[in-house]
Each structure stands twice: as C-alpha cells, then as structure tokens.
Design a protein around this ligand. Sequence first.
Ligand SMILES: [Mn+2]
Length: 418
Amino acid sequence: MNTNFKFIHCADLHLDAPFNGINISNQKFLQILRKSTFLAFDKIIKTAISQKVDFMLISGDIFNSSEKSLYAQLSFLKQMVVLKKNNIPCFLIHGNHDPLNGWEIETNFPQNVHRFSSNVSCETIIKNGEALVNIIGYSYPKREVTKNISLDISKIARMQNNEAFTIGLLHCNVGKNTTTENYAPCSLADLNDSTVDYWALGHVHTMNILQHETPAIVYPGNPQGLHINDNTKKGFYIVNVHNNKPEFDFIKTAQFRWFNVTMIIDDSSIQDLIETLKLKMYSESFDIPGIFRFHIEGQTNLHNELRKNVKEIEKILREETDEEQCFLESILINTKPLISMEELSDRHDFIGIFLKKMNELSYEKESVTFVSDLLSDFSAINLLNILPKRGEKLNWESVIEEAKMFGLDYLMENEHET
Ligand SMILES: [Mn+2]
C-alpha cells in the first residue's frame, strides 16, 4: 500500500523528576530544573501541532515515579486535551518508572488517547477506509518486568491480516545495555525476526537509532537530561514514512544541559584556573543553561592550594558567573603534587611507608573496612568528596587515591613540626 504519514516518537518524559541529590542554592536555577521536564514535553506537544503529525507515540516512563505526582498527572492530562483539540491521537505505554500498579488519580483520558494495558494488544489506525498503521503495545504492570515482551508483540504482529505499517511500542532493554536496568530484555535478532516495521522503544535515555529500516529500531532518549552523566543530545523524533520507509528528524528539547568536565592543568595560577573554568562555563551555555561539575587533574604546583581552597574557589566562581545561565555544581580536585610520588614512596621514613601501604591497598578490595575505619576520623565534608555522586558508581581506585592525598597532606604539613 502507498503510505505517507508522519508521527512523533518520544519516550522517558520523567515528568516532575525532582533532581534530588544536586546541591543548588540559586532559586532561579532551581526553578529551571523543576520546570524542565514539563517544558521539554510542552515543546513536543507544540511540535506535534505545528507539524500536523498524524499521531504521537510515548514509549513509557511518562512519570518519574510510581507515586506519580498529582501536578504531573494533571499537567499530562491537560496536554492530552490539547492534542485532542488538534485531532492528534496519542498512543502510550507505561514503563518501569510509572507501572500500572502505582498510584494515580481516577483518570479519564480524552478519546484521542489510547493507553495500552499489560496484555499485549493492537490498535489499528484507519484512513480513507484502509488500515494505515497497526500499533502494538504493552504497559508494565509492575516495576520489574524480566520477560522478553518483544516476542509477544511479534506474535500479535504476525496475526494482523492487513497490509498496514506495523509499530511495536515497547519499554525495553535491547542487547543488555548496561547503562540501564535489564527490564523486558530482548536481542536485536528478536526484533529483526518480526513483521514489525518500526520498533518504537523507550527505557535507554541516550537517543540511538539501532537500525534505520526493515525494521527501524529506535530509542529517542529522554527529552531532558536527569543527572550529571545523562548529558547526551536530548529530544525526540519526528518520523516521516513514505512508502513504508521512515525518515528521521531529531528535535532538541532540553531546557538545560549537564556538563561533567575533566580539565588537566600543569603550571598555572589559581586566578588563571578560575578564568579558564569561567570561560568554559560561558562558552558551553550560550544557548541553554548548563550545570557544571569539574574534575581538575594533572601534576601541578597548585596541588596543595587547590586541595585546601576548593570550597573558596567554588564560591568565587559562583559569584563571578551568572547563575541563571551557568551553574557550578562542584569542583573535584584530583591533582598530583609536583614532587614525584615515586620518590616520596621510596623514602625510608613514615611518609614512604604510608605511601607504599596505600599503593598496596589499591589492589586489595578486601581492605574496604580498614580504609573506611581510617576515614571515619575525617570530617563528613571531606568524606562527601569521595562518595559517589548521583549518577556515578563508587570508584575504589579514586577512594584510595583520595585517602592517599589526605594522608600525604597531613604528613607533609607536619613533617617539620616534630
Ligand atoms: Mn526512563
């Protein structure tokens, strides 16, 4: 059949994500964060209307948590009514963040909205008396879905006896992607061994077209980055289908971007470093606001000054930048002193012994208890610097490195006092 239509494919809206665990004091920037998931979705709705798309797909995780916020539910409903007024049907599924067994208000979605249940089923869009598109979808009944649902969708797809373009709407992990939970796992081979023409996927937050056609396999990613490592291009796809062949248009929606930046310095001054960081912040956030975390690395004459004054440097940088345009989250100092660590650990004094012991620890995972006891003597503020930040995993090597530098600071400072 000669098919020509266009639709929007978006996923992982995570409406009302609270952005917990990020220390932002500036009220205006905090507002940018709080509104961001809603405004990103609003851009999707406005594009649907201006582009006069035939329908819209949302591949799960509409809400951030199963305890869906009331505000999020009502504002989503409002947007669905806007689509109704513009005669745009919307097909949606629920994912692991907003499964059907979570709390929700009694919702009467307008008639243009079809929400799939946890029984895989098919909806067919008819145009001029002919079946134009089959949409087969599945919503998570609960958070953990470990079954391969793609097989059930393909089974229903094979049962369709029309010639329509077939879309599989699924929140799933293709090919054991390690950046996200392994829910509704399936392989590329599973998705290829199917009569589905377009797999409209959700769950992985990085936009990625795994295959452009026969079948298309597409993750649009999330419209708004949610944490410091969720910093790829954010948006959704407008898909134009001509004679069963999809063409993709990616539209950006992020209201602000995250930057997790490593800077390597050598001989420098604190003033120069502050200027460099400031320049980086402004140059990266010229179009939309940015949140920055800097990791300062390198062997440098500034090593001791930086470690002692990092909080002051953060304060100065915040004062000297426009916090509604670029916000400094934190600066992490991972530098090394100019004095050679090898030379120091070769010394036959306590510093030498200390460094040798610390170097051995790097390889002994079972020493966790020993080191955590050792660190419990330091203040909580210092400990916070080595704990993993949101979106990161505990890095044992960096814990040891940090402990080593703490110890060395202390020993070197007191070296001439006794
Ligand atoms: Mn998600």
